[in-house]
Design a protein around this ligand. Sequence first.
Ligand SMILES: Nc1ncnc2c1ncn2[C@@H]1O[C@H](COP(=O)(O)OP(=O)(O)OP(=O)(O)O)[C@@H](O)[C@H]1O
Ligand SMILES: O=C(O)C1=C[C@@H](O)[C@@H](O)[C@H](O)C1
Ligand SMILES: [Mg+2]
Length: 181
Amino acid sequence: MNNLLQGINLYLVGMMGAGKTTVGRLLASELGYGFVDTDEVITASAKKSINNIFAEEGEAEFRKLESDVLSQVSAYTKLAVATGGGIILKRENWSYLHHGLIVWLDATPELLYNRLKQDTTRPLLQDSNPLLKITNILKERESLYALADLRITLQEGETPEEIAKRVMNQIPSVLKHSDAV
Ligand SMILES: Nc1ncnc2c1ncn2[C@@H]1O[C@H](COP(=O)(O)OP(=O)(O)OP(=O)(O)O)[C@@H](O)[C@H]1O
Ligand SMILES: O=C(O)C1=C[C@@H](O)[C@@H](O)[C@H](O)C1
Ligand SMILES: [Mg+2]
């Protein structure tokens, strides 16, 4: 195991399409950590897609499942956790996130839109104007994402590997426990 985080979990937060799942897998491998994606745990256990959970049970039920999964995941150590984009919405979730190091992958609405414009798997973006929807959701959530320990502002054209490397390089500057450096 890479000793950088001394076993504490790394939580990736950010908007849909920011690359939490993609970059999270790479970070897990760099850190010698396990990888968990809360969206994947929810869909595997519900045996339904996120679209179907939203359509059949509603967003509130999805958020409840998401909190349950986060509370279970946070009982483990040595994990890189890709969260769902809305995990920051509930106050109770922050008590779990704060057990680890929280990294915000911050991207502009245009970058997110370009990545997701062909994608039909994000129910909140099934809208006649997805770019405006992304812009509005980001506005509502920005102050919550900003509570993360580390903000990584994504550059257009940057590869997932480059982003993971940037996260690894910046972790020492924000470690909570000085004895963990
Ligand atoms: N650095 C990158 N450059 C180009 N494409 C990327 C990059 N990172 C991720 N992608 C692509 O963007 C899309 C969204 O990425 P990903 O699923 O990792 O986002 P996410 O933050 O996990 O989104 P969600 O919150 O919806 O789960 C995927 O198709 C992925 O392959
Ligand atoms: O930003 C959001 O609210 C979401 C992001 C995805 O990760 C999924 O959790 C779901 O599509 C909702
Ligand atoms: Mg994801």
